[in-house]
Ligand binder design. Sequence first.
Ligand code: ADP
Ligand code: MG
Length: 240
Amino acid sequence: MVELDHVNKWFGDLHVLQDINLSIKQGEVVVVIGPSGSGKSTLCRAINRLETINDGHISLDGQPLPEEGKQLAQLRAEVGMVFQSFNLFAHKTILENVTLGPIRVRKQKKEDAERRAKELLDRVGVGQQANKYPAQLSGGQQQRVAIARALAMDPKVMLFDEPTSALDPEMIKEVLDVMVDLAERGMTMVVVTHEMGFARTAANRVVFMAEGQIVEENTPEEFFTNPQSDRAKDFLGKIL
Ligand code: ADP
Ligand code: MG
């Protein structure tokens, strides 16, 4: 579903992605972990082309990522992204937040988009909040709306970049539960997170990044109990 082939990216002199090769199958859940500054966010942003790359190839469902224009908007619809900060439109209701993309980009009729949005909001447990504004919701509720908003576009893959890092501890589980449910429904997912519980429950594979490189890739079980590299051992020693 997602292929990265010898991907390199520089920010000036900083070689932020160094010969990244990664192949993610349909329905696979890949957790990306690693120290701050290792390139995890840049990797996610490259997959939906919020960042360009300098060298190599990225493809989605067999197609190279489009350069610009209409196809790029289409790509952004096919690659759902959920960030650390919830990024909801503050001046739109929860329902409008979820229907905007399907109406504008997917050209759905308003009634159809609203019906689907209500289903998705129910599914993530915030159906009762549909007519409120983002500021009236808790952080955990807003992040669940952000997930519903991405799902409303019928994405082929969902990228999560530290989706629970900005949440109060008591709200982390409600967001992770939605993500586990999504994984169980067969969504292809790339998840940057340090939530080891999520990785152990939902991930097929853990990718460990350090200094722009993929240092280690393994099943969660193997990675957490038997890390191979010194860098992974050192990192796990600090977070576990
Ligand atoms: P992570 O998500 O693993 O913390 P990032 O992908 O955000 O890492 O960043 C990797 C490195 O690239 C960091 O050193 C960061 O400072 C740098 N970086 C990220 N975005 C930019 C940018 N737009 N311009 C210059 N440097 C950047
Ligand atoms: Mg990051």
